[in-house]
Design a protein around this ligand. Structure first.
Ligand code: C2O
Ligand code: CU
Length: 488
């Protein structure tokens, strides 16, 4: 418990406090790994695809034999996998049957501002009162019961994720289950001899804690009534003692002795992971947050902070049949040091390869930046702030021009995974040195550690309008560590 990382650079599990479950933790590596179902379009035609998702309260089995009430897209956690195709516009109708307002953000999406999930661009439940205030000029809007999000999908293949983004309540709403994955495909990726079908595993990793009755434990008990300033809203970030993959505690998955593609999302509120395999073999990294790298990179371990994704190949032919291979987390202690297990149970033929060249990824140069901006992520005045300012929904801290590249410099006091909406970026430096070896290519979230200065080159492509940057430690986000910017 307590704040990690006071005073010096550390590589800990993140900034936050550990919640301990009040029920016995299950035996690990017994539950089969669930794979969320793919959302079926209600309409597919030359104009694109249309999906309808209903946000509702439902019962789930996150722990074996235990019923837990969740808030889920279509009543499941994680929500259905949305499959999208570059160049095929996608409309997602979100219906809100929850007791509270919601706003859905497509994390990694290059989407028009009015579909970006602005925190005050809300869908209210039927008959919700009092109606949320609409501050004109802030992007605040209210839709009753349902609305359409329009995603042009004019972006490269990658693993995105969608999650709730409601003002002041993102952390509890995601904790309760409002998160899901989107897989975008394109021709460039289709042409590669990568593992597919059941050898491609989308894996959303997160931590949770449970009450004795099986409900999710979270410090803000009455979320509908919670307001900033109310008792108990000082949160440094929340860790749970149970690790879930695709909504199952420490699952197990049987594999053949061939290559698999693991597409990992850190969907935790605050917890960082340093992922590796035991017994060890290489994680062959082929992608980061927003798609394929130019070429594969080998690692023994990869750090993933909240919001980040990575795309790795694992060659299970490195292990004899009968092997048990654990996905480990060397930043975690106790049960949190392990994530899931693969059991190599059978042999099969493998026609995949690790292509030496994966994708065309133009490398941004420092000299391309037309502007340099500094964003300092720091605790102050009882809140988490950016440049000493708490979030102001009506404010704007930058006005980058559409089509340009800017150099943004993030500094910090604690662990702050920094996420930029709309603008994908490349990490240029970390405390004046090279970025970490796993953070090449296009990204939208970067792990800023205590007392680091991280430089990124952000490309503002897509749309004009109001977007935001924020800390993806969701408790920090809710405690005002956000800022708007306007693409002009
Ligand atoms: Cu994944 Cu603005 O968040
Ligand atoms: Cu933070």
């Amino acid at each position: 418990a307590g704040l990690a990382g006071c005073g010096r650079p550390v590589d800990g599990p993140g900034t936050g406090s550990l919640l301990t479950s009040s029920l016995p933790l299950p035996e690990r590596f017994r539950t089969p790994l669930p794979i969320p179902p793919v959302a079926r379009p209600v309409l597919t035609n030359s104009a694109g695809d249309h999906i309808v998702l209903t946000q509702r309260v439902a019962d789930a089995h996150l722990l074996p034999g235990v019923t837990t009430q969740i808030w889920g897209y279509d009543g499941i956690f994680p929500g259905p996998i949305i499959r999208a195709r570059r160049g095929r516009p996608l409309t997602v109708t979100m219906r809100n049957q929850l007791p509270v307002p919601t706003s859905t953000h497509l994390h990694g999406g290059i989407v028009p501002a009015d579909s970006d999930g602005f925190p005050l661009d809300l869908i209210t439940p039927a008959g919700y009162s009092p109606a949320p205030p609409v501050q004109h000029g802030t992007g605040a809007r209210v839709h009753e019961v349902s609305r359409d999000y329009r995603y042009p999908m004019d972006q490269r293949a990658g693993l995105l994720w969608y999650h709730d983004h409601r003002m002041d309540f993102t952390a509890p709403q995601v904790w309760r289950g409002l998160a899901g994955m989107m897989i975008v495909s394109d021709d460039e990726e289709d042409a590669l001899p990568l593992p597919r079908g059941d050898r491609e595993l989308p894996l959303l990793i997160c931590d949770r804690a449970f009450e004795a009755d099986g409900s999710l434990r979270y410090p803000l008990r009455d979320m509908a009534m919670h307001h900033p300033g109310a008792d108990g809203d000082f949160l440094s970030g929340i860790f749970g003692d149970v690790i879930l993959v695709n909504g199952a505690a420490w699952p197990r998955h049987e594999v053949a002795n061939v290559r698999y593609r693991l597409r990992l999302v850190n969907g935790s509120n605050a917890r960082r992971y340093r992922l590796g395999l035991s017994p060890g073999t290489d994680l062959i990294q082929i992608g980061t947050d927003d798609g394929l790298l130019a070429a594969p990179v080998m690692h023994r371990e990869i750090v993933l902070s909240p919001g980040e994704r990575c795309d790795v190949l694992v060659d299970f032919s490195a292990y004899p049949i009968g092997s048990e291979v654990t996905l480990t987390n060397t930043l975690g202690t106790g049960p949190a040091a392990e994530i899931m297990r693969f059991a190599v149970t059978r042999s099969a033929t493998d026609d995949t390869r690790v292509p030496p060249k994966l994708a065309d990824v133009p490398v941004l140069e420092r000299s391309e930046a037309v502007e340099v901006r500094q964003f300092d992520f720091r605790f102050g005045a009882g809140r988490w702030q950016i440049n000493n300012q708490p979030y102001d929904p009506a404010g704007s801290v930058a006005a980058p021009r559409l089509g340009t590249v800017e150099l943004w410099r993030f500094t910090s006091d604690f662990h702050h995974p920094v996420h930029v909406h709309l603008g994908h970026f490349q990490v240029l430096s970390r405390n004046g040195r090279d970025p970490d070896p796993w953070e090449g290519g296009w990204k939208d979230t970067v792990d800023v550690r205590p007392y680091e200065a991280v430089e990124v080159l952000v490309k503002f492509a897509g749309y004009r309008g109001r977007y935001m940057l924020h800390c993806h430690n969701l408790e920090h986000e809710d405690m005002a560590m956000m800022a708007n910017f306007d693409v002009v």
